[in-house]
Design a protein around this ligand. Structure first.
Ligand SMILES: [Mg+2]
Ligand SMILES: [Zn+2]
Length: 192
């Protein structure tokens, strides 16, 4: 009797997105979900990625938890509101992963550490080498580069000189640069 080999389920590509400064203005240690606002076009951009079959996963450093500025429950409320807001324009984040530690903790989950991405890949059956990360800082791109992913930098007006210096210092050139999340997502998707 011949037994068919089990078909390997194809792993999905993911668009990993940073949170603060990428999806929403960075209000620095945001505690109150009511204050969260999204940048324009973010929901539509994430919907485009879903339309192409990509999972959308948010990976965010939230050292304010360990520093005592806000709690895990505050973070959960912010993420629920984020998805509420995204839903108005058809967008959705499939899963959130956050590092609650301060940098001096020396954990492996704080970006540019890769642990949260690896956890997401296991949980959601993602293919990291064909995935991409979109962020506003070099630590986002550095995490992506360590995992062999495409990297996209979203640049907001007034942010450029500081961020450009960070990238130069780390010797990283992002694959995509755009002035908006939607522009960055469209360019990433066009890379195939
Ligand atoms: Mg950021
Ligand atoms: Zn951590």
């Amino acid at each position: 009797m011949e037994v068919a080999a089990p078909l390997a389920r194809p792993r999905r590509r993911a668009l990993f997105v940073d949170r603060d400064g990428t999806l929403n203005p960075d209000l620095h240690y945001l505690k109150d979900a009511e204050r969260l606002e999204l940048y324009r076009g973010v929901g539509r951009a994430l919907a485009l990625a879903h339309d192409c079959g990509w999972a959308v996963v948010c990976v965010t450093n939230q050292s304010g938890v360990e520093r005592g500025f806000y709690t895990e429950a505050d973070v959960a409320r912010i993420h629920a509101r984020l998805n509420d807001r995204l839903a108005r324009s058809g967008g959705r984040i499939d899963a959130f992963y956050h590092c609650p530690h301060a940098p001096e903790h020396g954990c492996r989950c704080r970006k540019p550490g890769t642990e949260l991405f690896e956890r997401a890949a296991t949980d959601l059956e993602l293919d990291l080498p064909t995935s991409a990360i979109l962020g506003d800082r070099v630590l986002d791109a550095e995490a992506g580069r360590r995992l062999g992913m495409r990297t996209a930098l979203v640049r907001w007006p007034g942010h450029d000189a500081e961020v450009a210096a960070e990238f130069r210092a780390r010797g990283i050139v992002p694959d995509v640069r755009a002035d908006s999340v939607e522009g960055a997502v469209r360019r990433l998707l066009a890379l195939g």
